[in-house]
Design a binder for this molecule. Structure first.
Ligand code: TYD
Ligand code: MG
Length: 450
């Protein structure tokens, strides 16, 4: 008797699959995330597993032919840098970001530049009509209007069109809107997204098409549903920033063809995204000299970046008082506050403390600790941070639990960047302790003995 097609249950958060439904995923601990999927009869899969395979002679790595392929430059410097030098033919890039951040704008601009450079391109949109895409393209510089579009959600049609048109670069906006008609499950469900990505990967590899998949992120900030996608693709880019702000950062979370340290900075203008090549100049220019503000010499990947870190300490009736951060980890603030109180004689007490990294930049490095400490100290004392004669300074360094300052990577590049903007001296780990650093830059406010 023929067995009914087996169904399985897949976690929509992490893709874990199980033969029966479960309330909680044993892999990612998400509740209520299992959805049923009817497995497609794998074409020949069973036969392959049962029948004897054909032995193949492995090849020594040194004998493997690996031609170095020319990368496709998108003409957007910041994007090319984050990609590791441009798009690799036949590779898959996943671009994630929340709605309205500018994913469609960025990919349209990239395709426009490529089309302008004589490359065959294709923009597949399952979200917008061709007319809407045109309206956007009209605002964009370059050859954005030359890009052929396909407003389609049917995966079969998209794959057939790719095979017929053979573009060198294709954008799929977004991977969650395409549907494989032979599969149950709503668009965007794990099964659908995996199938869509899987089939697009096969076409991309076979035909050497560089494929940019646009993906939405959930409100928790992870790529919606398909963790599975992250394993499939060669490169995962994350486009972040706050919608109300101008600055957007693009970083690589995974990159098989380059470093994951690079960060691109953009600004959304009326004519599309503009690269902010010299972000430091912008941030330093905007920095205030008021109490609670300090310039941090940060590293964004391999690039030094000066950003302003601001703190506000305000009396509060709320118990426990608020500790809010934007752009840095809240736990780091808690640690810095504890060290300030215990080792530098600067306590925030029961006041609310807010710390903000200006410009919507997110800092993800221990080197930011000292800036947080100095900004808070300056806010508590009500004295602006300054070197001798009130000259503006920059700082960096990790704060240890005993109040010591620890060295962080790329000290020389941070200093050089600060010097470029006349921020001297740079308060770094040489100051020894948090207390020492506070003394140096807040001369008017002698910390009392701890
Ligand atoms: P969009 O690229 O559609 O975002 P996503 O695809 O990530 O959802 O555009 C985001 C926002 O940017 C949108 O609200 C309009 C704005 N925008 C500009 O400010 N200037 C422009 O030139 C364009 C094209 C869009
Ligand atoms: Mg969009």
């Amino acid at each position: 008797m023929a067995r009914a097609p087996a169904s399985r249950f897949v976690c929509s958060a992490c893709g874990h699959d199980a033969p029966k439904w479960m309330g909680r995923c044993p892999d990612c601990n998400e509740w209520n995330s299992f959805v049923e999927e009817t497995a497609r009869p794998a074409a020949g899969g069973r036969a392959q597993a049962a029948g004897p395979g054909r032995a193949v002679k492995p090849v020594a790595l040194a004998d493997v032919r690996a031609e170095s392929v020319a990368r496709l430059r998108t003409g957007i410097g910041e994007l090319d840098r984050v990609l590791g030098g441009g798009l690799v033919p036949g590779s898959l890039v996943l671009l994630g970001g929340s709605p309205g951040i500018g994913k469609s704008t960025l990919t349209s601009m990239a395709l426009g530049n490529l089309a302008g450079a004589g490359r065959r391109t294709l923009y597949v949109s399952g979200e917008e009509s061709a007319a809407q895409i045109r309206l956007r393209a009209e605002r964009l510089p370059g050859a954005a209007l030359e890009v052929p579009v396909l407003a389609e959600t049917d995966l079969d049609t998209v794959v057939a069109t790719l095979e017929a048109e053979l573009p060198e670069v294709v954008v799929i906006d977004s991977v969650q809107t395409l549907v494989a008609p032979d599969l149950t499950g709503a668009p965007g469900s794990v099964g659908q997204v995996r199938e869509v990505a899987d089939r697009l990967t096969r076409v991309a590899k076979r035909r050497g098409i560089a494929t940019l998949l646009v993906g939405h992120v959930t409100k928790e900030g992870s790529l919606a549903g398909p963790r599975v996608l992250e394993h499939l693709v060669d490169c995962v880019l994350q486009f972040e920033g706050e919608r109300e702000r101008f600055y957007r950062t693009l970083r690589a979370l995974k990159n098989r063809f380059g470093s994951t340290n690079e960060v691109g900075v953009f600004e959304m203008r009326s004519g599309g995204l503009v690269e902010v090549a010299d972000a430091s100049a912008r941030f330093v220019g905007e920095a205030t000299r008021a109490p609670g503000s300090v310039v941090l010499a940060a590293m964004e990947g391999s690039r030094p970046l000066l950003v302003e870190v601001q703190a506000l300490v305000s009396p509060s009736e709320i118990v426990p008082p608020r500790r809010m951060t934007t752009g840095i980890d809240r736990n780091r603030l808690a640690l810095v506050l504890a060290v300030l109180g215990r080792h530098a004689g600067i306590g925030a007490g029961t006041a609310d403390v807010f710390v903000n990294v200006a410009g919507g930049v997110r800092l993800d490095e221990p080197g930011a600790d000292l800036a947080v400490a100095l900004a808070v100290a300056s806010a508590v004392r009500g004295v602006p941070v300054g070197g001798e004669g009130g000259k503006p300074v920059a700082c960096f360094g990790e704060v240890g639990l005993t109040g010591e300052l620890r060295s962080v990577a790329h000290a020389d590049r941070r200093r050089a960047e600060a010097a470029k903007f006349g921020l001297e001296p740079v308060i770094g780990p040489e100051a020894g302790t948090v207390r020492g650093a506070v003394r140096q830059v807040l001369p008017g406010a002698r910390p009392k003995a701890a």
